[in-house]
Design a protein around this ligand. Structure first.
Ligand code: COA
Length: 288
């Protein structure tokens, strides 16, 4: 469910916190990034929603444009984060229509469960290209604006690379790279006034990721220390904090928002380990 005006009236944040600022978000039509964006809009920002799918991207932008009477939310459809020129065009469009970019959320991502044996080289490359190269490309294309406005970046990372989770080799490698990218950018770009941080969500209810990646939801949820799944609002609150002046000395960090879940070592495919995994990895696959 999306956010509404009660996020401002009953929430923890000052109205107009981001007045006059512009957010550029990849993956903004998806579940998590959409609510991150809604929170920013409700608190005064304008936004550019960047996505591959034309209908989905345009519809999300139209709906978010209704969130505040005076807001401007534009769509940058047909944009593939794997192609830096494609994002550069979206940046140009955003600056033309909204005047500037202050905040960047690099959220576009892809995922599926696969054992190593069935994960082709192309499948690995596909996820690394979207998650890691796509994150690099997004900042690359936004760099002039970030410099000009002493902007701030949030990468949407994960916790699954903190130890070896099976069936997630491709995403773990990509997200470890995203964390490294963010840390190095924090150091390189800090002197220019640009901050770079990651948010690492745990299992967030209502997301495609949860549907695709967690076959037994009840068992998974029962082992989360906070006793519930995360919500998209939990991620939105962390986003507002990291972009707000309250976090002006916070850079090169990963804000984990997972109810303490990763500390327990519980993961969505524990029940398939090791028997099913060994079975899958033993099969003969005629493809590299
Ligand atoms: N298991 C194993 N391999 C898979 C797979 C799965 N479930 N899904 C895709 N792949 C492989 C494909 O077979 C292909 O490899 P191949 O050429 O060796 O056959 C490769 O991944 C690329 O697939 P393609 O269909 O061309 O996808 P894409 O480049 O458009 O990338 C993905 C998109 C792969 C990330 C796809 O899963 C996707 O679009 N997901 C929807 C969005 C999403 O995942 N959101 C995030 C949820 S957390």
């Amino acid at each position: 469910m999306g956010l509404d005006q009660s996020f401002v009236t009953n929430g923890s944040w000052k109205p107009d916190l981001f007045k006059g600022k512009v957010l550029f978000v990849t993956g903004g039509a998806g579940t998590i990034c959409r609510i991150q964006t809604e929170a920013m809009i409700l608190l005064g920002a304008n936004a550019a929603i960047v996505g591959r799918n034309p209908e989905k991207t345009k519809q999300a932008a139209r709906e978010m444009d209704e969130l505040r009477p005076d807001c401007k939310v534009i769509a940058c459809p047909n944009t593939d984060v794997r192609d830096v020129h494609s994002i550069a065009k979206a940046v140009e469009n955003t600056v033309e229509q909204l005047g500037r970019i202050d905040f960047v959320i690099a959220g576009a991502a892809g995922n599926f469960l696969s054992d190593f044996n069935h994960l082709s080289s192309n499948a690995f490359k596909s996820v690394v290209s979207i998650d890691l190269l796509g994150s690099f490309n997004t900042v690359k294309a936004c760099f002039e604006q970030l410099k000009k406005n002493k902007g701030s970046i949030i990468f949407v990372s994960a916790t699954l690379h903190y130890y070896g989770i099976p069936f997630q080799i491709h995403v773990a490698a990509a997200k470890a790279g995203v964390d490294a990218l963010s840390n190095a950018l924090a150091v390189e770009l800090g002197p220019l006034g640009i901050r770079s941080n990651c948010i690492a969500p745990g299992g967030i209810e209502g997301t495609e990721g949860l549907k695709r990646l967690v076959p037994d939801l009840d068992s998974f949820t029962s082992k989360i220390p906070m006793g519930r799944l995360g919500t998209t609002r939990d991620i939105a609150e962390a986003t507002v904090y990291l972009f707000s002046p309250a976090a002006s000395y916070v850079t090169g960090t990963v804000q984990i928002v997972d109810g303490g879940a990763w500390h327990t070592g519980n993961n969505s495919t524990s029940h398939l380990y090791p028997v099913k995994l060994v079975e899958l990895n033993t099969q003969k696959v005629n493809k590299l």
